[in-house]
Write a protein that binds this ligand. Structure first.
Ligand SMILES: [Zn+2]
Length: 391
């Protein structure tokens, strides 16, 4: 849950903007206090809280955080065993944005809290460093924790997310290979994306041979990989193999119709160069074969992706699809309307978090899911289908 929002500043006040969270933390502190007292009193059934706890909670609930912190810190010091209270306090400081104080508490626990607490304190410290934007230090602590038994998996997961956020795909891939085999299998698609990212970088560097090797490796993780098709098409095109590039683009489109807006302009450019004037018909046919997309979704997708000069062909193609556009004029005005809405609100939308975006992302910049973007036009067409069915 600490990943919810990356923070770069030390101070923020989200705790007090979120009363339920504050109350939850207050209850945690009460629970911990009761637990400690219950433990120390052995068989005693009624747990009596010291007056300081009530005073501290009163400060906490009434947003007098500094006073509350002072009281809880004093109580934690008075009870040598009260490591849990210190952890709760450290986490409270971190959430409050006072990361330097959280770091001080967790460092002390790690270095002097005894062997049973060292890993837990180190993990808390890694979260503090992340909150503070001190990624180098967070990485170092997490790499050490990856050698521990209890925290290995969590540490590896956090490292992966840090490397993904930094766009360090080589390191993300290295950590991926340290994950348990079952998890690697589950995340094979993500590893394929890391390799595609590396291949794209190699292409930018002009090293198409390395890009080719990386794409081959990507396909060992995931055989049907439209992103690899598109990159291989780019390499083929650069090498002068327009026909090969065309086939690869069409294959990618068949596998993932949602990529139409990215692929169709390249396909039409190559087709013009090869004097293949039937290409729009071919595109319609391939999209129809892809399945999983309704006729109206396909018709509207084409209306958005096809350039204005080819719009006259659209009614014929969409008639075959079964999605009605009576005339070239109708196709043009629909295309203009969809394009205008897309320009204003984003041509793509994330299926996971709903983020609207003008450009395409393989990984949503907001919720960080891979392959979650799809053309917004799909949703609009779906809504239109509902309206038609309802009327
Ligand atoms: Zn998202």
């Amino acid at each position: 849950m600490f990943w919810a929002a990356p923070r770069t500043c030390y101070r923020h006040h989200s705790v007090f903007e979120l009363p339920p969270l504050l109350l939850a933390l207050a209850f945690i502190l009460v629970g911990l206090a009761a637990w400690f007292l219950g433990r120390r009193n052995g068989t005693a059934r009624t747990v009596r809280l010291p007056r300081d706890y009530y005073v501290g909670l009163d400060h906490l609930i009434n947003d007098r955080f500094d006073h509350a912190a002072e009281i809880f810190a004093r109580m934690a010091e008075a009870d040598g065993d009260a490591a849990e209270i210190q952890f709760a306090l450290g986490s409270l400081f971190r959430r409050r944005g006072e990361v330097d104080r959280a770091i001080a508490i967790h460092s002390r626990l790690r270095d002097h809290g005894g062997p049973g607490l060292a890993d837990k304190a180190a993990f808390a410290l890694a979260l503090d460093y992340q909150s503070a934007g001190l990624m180098d230090r967070a990485e170092r602590v997490l790499e050490e924790l990856a050698a521990s038994r209890e925290y290995r998996r969590t540490a590896l997961d956090h490292l992966v997310r840090i490397y993904e956020a930094q766009g360090d795909w080589a390191k993300a891939l290295k950590v991926f290979h340290e994950l348990p085999p079952a998890v690697q299998l589950e995340r094979a698609r993500v590893a394929a994306h890391y390799l595609c990212e590396l291949a794209e970088h190699a292409l930018v560097q002009g090293d198409s041979e390395r890009a080719r090797t990386l794409l081959r490796q990507a396909r060992t993780h995931q055989a049907a990989l439209p992103r690899a098709d598109m990159l291989t098409a780019r390499i083929a095109q650069q090498a002068g193999d327009a026909g090969g590039a065309l086939l690869l683009y069409l294959h990618a489109l068949e596998t993932a119709p949602g990529l139409a807006l990215e692929i169709i302009p390249s396909v039409l450019a190559i087709a013009r160069q090869m004097r293949r004037h039937d290409m729009l018909n071919e595109l319609g046919r391939r999209l129809r074969q892809s399945g999983g997309v309704s006729p109206r979704q396909l018709a509207w997708l084409l209306a958005t992706a096809v350039p204005a000069e080819d719009m006259a062909q659209l009614p014929g193609i969409t008639a075959e699809l079964g999605g009605g556009m009576e005339s070239a004029a109708e196709a043009s005005s629909l295309s203009a309307l969809l394009t205008r809405i897309g320009d204003a609100g984003g041509r793509y939308q994330c299926n996971e978090c709903g983020l609207n975006s003008v450009g395409w992302y393989w990984r949503c910049p907001k919720c960080r899911s891979w392959d979650s973007m799809s053309p917004a036009v799909f949703k609009w067409a779906e809504r239109a289908d509902h309206v038609v069915r309802a009327s």
